[in-house]
Structures are given as structure tokens and as C-alpha cells.
Design a protein around this ligand. Sequence first.
Ligand code: PMP
Length: 355
Amino acid sequence: MSRFWSEVVHGLTPYVPGEQPRIEGLVKLNTNECPYPPSESAQQAIAAAVGESLRLYPDPEARALKEAIARHHGVPVEQVFVGNGSDEVLAHAFHALLRHESPLLYPDVSYSFYPVYARLYGIAAREVALAEDFSLRVDDLLAASPNGGIIFPNPNAPTGMAMPRAEVERLLRANTGSVVVVDEAYAEYGAESAIPLVAQHEQLLVVRTLSKSHALAGLRVGYAIGQAPLIEALTRVKDSFNSYPLDRLAIAGSVAALDDTAWLARTLERVVATRERMSEALRARGAVVLPSAANFIFASFPGRDAAELLTLLRGHKVLVRHFKRPARIAPFLRISVGTEADTDSLLAALDAILA
Ligand code: PMP
């Protein structure tokens, strides 16, 4: 038997998401979940969907959800693709679109899922270094390749820094030959969305999730917005794997969540206010805090080892995230924005550690 598959597949390093501990009473600031419960109407819609109809397959088109997304963003329903979390949407985007672009560019400090997929599909990837101030520069992307495929998060993860829409537009005007995926997992917290650019730019795909902004990480709902040819390519690939994108509960809950715009506005406002308070309080304690447009902050504490700080914080029952690579981000901790009470616990723990 050929062992080629074994060499390739056993050699893969899978993406490892942040820890989901089973310990009670932890202040969990490590995986950027929303700290507040999802909209009441979303919870009620899920409860109402539990019943006899679960014996039936869900709508393979998830039409009700696509229509809710189209309403939410003011785009035609033909421009919407849905999937099981944005990780799955990204996986389909790599398979259907980015796999056929060469080279594929992404920032050297970015979502660690991208290199996993580039390796899985044998894509010739080129990492583009962030600037000195940790921003992602359009000129650096264009210098790396004027016509490569591109994927980047906006705001970037784990830095939290956003690229202005005008810069995304400049990139799309300069690089018209390849697919450009903008991963807007955290955009509602403060980045300018690229969705309004979809109508003019056929190569643009914007990927979104309900995990962060809508407090529905447990429901696994993600989507993409792009012109119909890109959406059709994604659908073709998806159908080859699993023709039911989402279950009945996920469809019911996410339609209600998207329509509850008052809940969204209130929740975003609370999280952003806490993020600003947290950033200020950390700076007052000597930390270097990058400007965040997301629901997490990226901070370093000069003179302190970040991995050791993480362990000490864990001793105080506060869980944060640390990335060893690339080396330039090793001094930083990524801290999700929690509730006001979570922030009090974080600051109390830091005061005890840094004293
Ligand atoms: N993109 C980025 C930049 C992320 O940080 C995450 C969350 N780890 C995702 C996509 C995936 O989120 P989900 O699969 O929950 O939609």
C-alpha cells in the first residue's frame, strides 16, 4: 500500500483553538467569545424550533437565513453563502477559490488557521510582514505580489488593528486578478466593513461570523458575502461535502439574532466601553496596548515574560491567550474583553502579580 497519504496527512499540523476548560469559576478571556448571553429572541426561536420537525432535514438552501443576512447588510440574497461557523466558510473559500491562486498572501501575524489550510491544499503561500507599528500595509501586500490571492482578517487577529476601508479599496483597485478574502470575524466591534465594496469588486469575498458579535459561538454560524460567481463556486464545493449547511436550530436562532438589531447595538456598545476602560487601565499599569477595533486587546508588559504572566494569571483564575510565534508577538498577551466584573478580576489579578 502506498504510504503517500500518511506522509502528507500525518505531517499536517492542525489548527488548535483556544482552550475550553471545564474548571468552574474561571474568568475566561482566552477565546474572544461575547461575554453576554445571546438575544432573548434568538434563544426563544431556538427553543421554538425544538420539536417534531427535527425529524425532517433542514432547508438545504438555508434560505431564511440567507434572506436575514441579506436584510441585515442590504445585499442581494444571491450574494450570500452560509456555513457551519466562519472556519468552515474559510475552509470552503480555500478549497474553492484560494487554492487556485498563486501565490497566496497573508500577514505574518494573523489567524493561525490560514497556514494550516495553505499546507493542507499545498498552496504556495507567502507571508507578508506587518509594519513596525503592527499595521498591515497595502503597499507591502502589493510589493509581495501585484496579483496574488490574498486573505487577511480585518481587524487583524491577534493584534486587533483595523485597516481603513479606503485602503481595502485601494488594494482591490490595484489587484484585480485574484480573489481577495477579508475575514471580518470581529468587524462589528470597530472596523469599517468591506461589504459596501462587494458591488464594485468581483474578486472580493467578505467572511463574517455570528460567534463574536452575536454571542452565538455555540451555534456555529458563519457566512460570506461576494458577487454571485464566487458564491456559486463556494456552494458547489460545499455541496460536494455536505449539502445541509446548517441544522434547523442554528437557522432559527441566527435568523432571530440577526433581526434583533437593538440587542446588537446595546451589546456592541457595552463591549466597546469595557474595551476602552480595560485598555486605559492596562496602560496605567505600564502595558503597551495596541489600538483595538475588536473584542480583545493585545498587550505587552515591558520587562515581564508573557508566558510566565499567563501562568500567574491562571493561578488567579484568569485565562488569557499567548502566541509563541512569530517571535515579535511573543511578548504580548491577547485578552478578550469580558464583562465589567471580569475586567475587575483581571485588574485585581494583575495588581497582585505586578506588585
Ligand atoms: N476568523 C478569525 C480571525 C477568528 O479569530 C476566528 C475565531 N477563532 C474565526 C475566523 C472563526 O470563528 P467561527 O468559526 O467561530 O465563526
